[in-house]
Design a protein around this ligand. Structure first.
Ligand code: ATP
Ligand code: MG
Ligand code: MG
Ligand code: MG
Length: 353
């Protein structure tokens, strides 16, 4: 009997499009001889629809969104949940939530899958939620003794009441430039660099479009190095990779649009720094209680200091994304990586039972 897989993709998130690319790549790589795959498309509005029954690689992103054989009849979240809940406990499908950002990478869908008692790939509720909120994540990193940039954070109502206080605190504690980010998002959506008060106000207003919580970070002039972590209780780290972006910073365009970004794997960093990153990546994985996978993003400053920027609990996952490329360089192909993630999902599921 084939093993069954439910692929969740799309999502009610500003990272919806990124999820489509990820889903397309995963569909392409899955061995349809071994797996019986049920694609579930989540619209930007949060409706759940049966995706097409893909027998092979999707030709383009749109194919993933429109069902064949009338399977694209509009459905609702409750129908999607009913379909998942109807799965038998003796042979439950493994769910792969290929969702980035809020409503998918943040523990919400993971919570649903826990309640339905289904095995799923990647991080659990706590790690997903804590990893999505950059403020909570940084507070936990601090608890674990990890080096990171100084930051200031606030929620919308505080901004509305006390703009001058927040601007003053940012200026005196962080100086210039700063990076302003929605606390809960990814793919650089809603992130701006600000170098003076006026651009800071614009940046905050932009970030507040995406989230009620905003973080302002001290800007560092540093190399950007990433490391992939894979495993459950005893995670393994990949080699390190470097991002060189032609843009001012690694923004949404340079990630997905303009193609001017170069990934160097393995990155040429001092051995000491790579070791420190491995220690930090494992400590971050542990303090957030991660499972399955994360990609840890670091800054390596000119004086050789390693600062952790963040972890991503469902990192970009196309064959040209950093996470799979790091493993490829460590000897694991893209399909092998998928197999390993499914194995880790089942290991965690059975351990819980
Ligand atoms: P993703 O989840 O896709 O990695 P994200 O939306 O979570 O992205 P960050 O990784 O925090 O965002 O930041 C995006 C980019 O912005 C970084 O890769 C880097 O280029 C730049 N950046 C972010 N914070 C800083 C900082 N404090 N100093 C310098 N550059 C920064
Ligand atoms: Mg991120
Ligand atoms: Mg991300
Ligand atoms: Mg990042």
């Amino acid at each position: 009997m084939k093993n069954r897989i439910f692929l969740l993709y799309g999502g009610k998130s500003a990272e919806h499009e990124v999820s489509l690319s990820t889903a397309r790549a995963v569909t392409h790589a899955l061995d349809f001889g071994r797996y019986d795959v049920t694609p579930v498309f989540i619209t930007p509005e949060g409706e759940w629809r049966p995706g097409p029954l893909l027998a092979g690689p999707a030709e383009n992103v749109t194919d993933l969104m429109i069902g064949e054989n009338g399977t694209n009849a509009p459905a609702r979240l409750t129908d999607g949940i009913a379909a998942l809940a109807a799965q038998t406990p003796d042979a439950p499908p493994v769910v792969i939530p290929l969702l980035h950002g809020p409503n998918g990478e943040d523990g919400t869908v993971q919570g649903l899958l826990e309640v339905l008692d289904l095995p799923y790939v990647g991080n659990g509720v706590l790690a997903s939620a804590a990893g999505m909120d950059k403020v909570v994540m940084k507070q936990l990193f601090a608890q674990a003794g990890l080096n990171q940039v100084p930051y200031v954070h606030f929620i919308r109502s505080e901004w509305n009441k006390n703009r001058d206080g927040i601007l003053g605190e940012s200026e005196s504690r962080l100086g210039w430039p700063v990076f302003v980010k929605p606390a809960n998002l990814g793919s650089s959506v809603g992130i701006s660099k600000a170098s003076d008060r006026e651009s800071l106000i614009t940046a905050i207003e932009e970030a507040l479009r995406y989230d009620r919580k905003v973080i302002i970070e001290q800007g560092v002039d540093a190399r950007e190095i990433e490391m992939a972590v894979l495993g459950n209780d005893e995670p393994k780290c990949s080699v390190v990779g470097e991002i060189s972006s032609a843009s001012d910073f690694y923004d949404y365009e340079s990630k997905y649009v303009d193609g001017n970004t170069m990934l160097t794997i393995p990155a040429d960093v001092p051995e000491e720094a790579a070791e420190e990153m491995e220690r930090a990546a494992k400590a971050a994985f542990k303090v957030l209680d991660c499972s399955g996978l994360v990609r840890a993003d670091f800054f390596l400053t000119k004086d050789g200091s390693v600062l952790i920027n963040e972890v991503n609990t469902m990192p970009g996952f196309t064959p040209t994304s950093m996470f799979p490329l790091l493993w490829q360089n460590s000897g694991m192909t893209y399909p092998e990586l998928l197999e390993e993630l499914i194995r880790l999902a089942l290991e965690r599921y059975h351990e819980k039972q």
